[in-house]
Write a protein that binds this ligand. Structure first.
Ligand code: NAG
Ligand code: NAG
Ligand code: NAG
Ligand code: NAG
Length: 383
């Protein structure tokens, strides 16, 4: 209790002795936002009021930026400063409002700004310090260097100064706008479909960040084998199998397998199959591997076909040979039988009426036929 009374007294005395500290002398400039973080290209309003003791009349108002080694009083008014780029609009007056607007600000305009006014009285000049600090920022997306499918990825729309907490962000993927309204875009368990160009902006402003390409890495997918031709080949030919897949980064190595064989039969994106069987490939990159379905290669039994051809040729040859032999033997035997028959005919012609029988060549020459049949059998056995 005693302490607080003492403190109050102390404050009262202090106020009476050092009036200027609390602007008791009536000179003051106050800025409603001493710090402003603004987006490049935007318009900035610095709200400001000022006051001075009665009897003064304001004759000059200036907004200035201090330069190193330049004295406060000599710094030029922004509108007279050739090095100062943004267009300036003084929205205030010569009574109490010193609000100013800076249009289309750039990073070069990041300074501390002060309002200065001059009255008609001697020493009637006042500069409001500290002033308004302006930071001008652009937007950049911060994203991880490398993203693998399944990762949780956070993209941040970065500014070099703290924009207001109420700032609404806009996100785009390629040309499509996303629903996220924060400066962080969270992609849970990223998929390869999430790959694309991302950019961000602040609602109500034209400025857009440069885009970033989100590159999502994934193990081979859609591994398949394509085949030159139908997959049916004849012995001595080969069929070319080609393995294709979708992967990021590209496949490091392809390995070929034959179903029911444990070790690989080849490597490389293409494989020449020479034998019948089911073949498949395995595509591998840094993130994993995947197998294709098996494809069937059938080698036509061309050696069998040749055997058939040779067999037929040999058979036909023997048949022709046998037939020729039969004809030859027949001719020989016939001639002989005819001779015999004629002889017999002559012997029998006188006594008996056996002309018909004698003339029946077949009955007379049955032995010839038997001989021919035996010859033919022997020929077939030979073959
Ligand atoms: C100062 O002037 C600006 C622009 O005309 C106005 O928007 C603002 O409300 C004024 N401020 C005060 C305190 O009167
Ligand atoms: C921005 O705000 C955060 C906390 O909200 C603070 O840690 C950081 O220093 C601020 N950055 C600047 C440049 O003012
Ligand atoms: C790859 O496979 C997916 C399903 O896993 C399918 O949706 C997609 O169309 C396939 N892509 C191609 C190019 O075959
Ligand atoms: C494929 O390449 C990777 C990396 O170089 C290696 O570890 C793997 O053994 C290779 N696979 C085959 C089947 O050669």
């Amino acid at each position: 209790m005693v302490m607080s009374v003492r403190m109050a007294l102390f404050h009262l005395i202090f106020l009476l002795i050092v009036p200027g500290v609390y602007s008791a002398d009536g000179w003051d400039v106050s800025y409603s936002h001493p710090y402003i973080c603004a987006l490049k290209g935007s318009s900035v309003i610095m709200s400001c009021t000022y006051k001075y003791p009665p009897g003064n009349q304001v004759i000059e108002v200036n907004w200035v930026i201090y330069r190193p080694n330049a004295r406060n009083n000599n710094s030029p008014d922004l509108s007279d400063d050739s090095e100062y780029s943004p267009s300036i609009q003084y929205l205030g007056d010569k009574q109490q409002n010193c609000t100013i607007r800076l249009n289309d600000v750039t990073q070069k305009d990041s300074h501390e700004y002060y309002f200065r006014f001059t009255t008609n009285k001697p020493d009637g000049r006042w500069t409001g310090a500290p002033g308004v600090t302006l930071d001008v920022t652009d937007l950049q997306i911060e994203s991880p260097e490398s993203v693998t499918e399944g990762d949780t990825v956070s993209l941040t729309c970065k500014s070099t100064c703290n924009l207001s907490d109420r700032t609404t962000f806009i996100w785009w993927k390629n040309t499509q706008s996303l629903t996220e309204r924060n400066n962080k875009l969270l992609l849970q368990s990223v998929r390869r479909e999430d790959a694309g160009r991302y950019s961000c902006a602040v609602h109500g402003h034209k400025l857009t960040s440069p885009h970033v390409d989100l590159n999502v890495k994934y193990s081979p997918r859609n591994v398949s084998v394509s085949m030159s031709g139908s997959g049916e080949i004849v012995l001595g030919d080969s069929v070319t199998l080609t393995c294709s897949s979708d992967s990021n980064p590209p496949v490091l190595n392809y390995t070929w397998f034959k179903v029911n064989e444990s070790s690989s039969v080849g490597s490389g994106q293409s494989y020449s199959a020479l034998q019948s069987g089911f073949f498949y490939c395995v595509a591998q990159n840094q993130h994993g591997s995947q197998s294709s379905a098996a494809v069937q290669v059938t080698v036509e039994g061309s050696s069998g076909r040749w055997l058939v051809v040779v067999g037929i040729a040999v058979g036909v040859g023997f048949c022709v040979g046998a037939a020729a032999l039969i004809v030859v033997l027949c001719i020989c035997k016939c001639n002989r039988s005819k001779a015999n028959a004629v002889k017999t005919e002559y012997e029998n012609v006188k006594s008996t009426d056996q002309t018909y029988t004698a003339l029946d060549l077949k009955s007379q020459s049955s032995d010839v036929y038997n001989t021919l049949i035996i010859a033919e059998r022997q020929t077939l056995q030979l073959s």
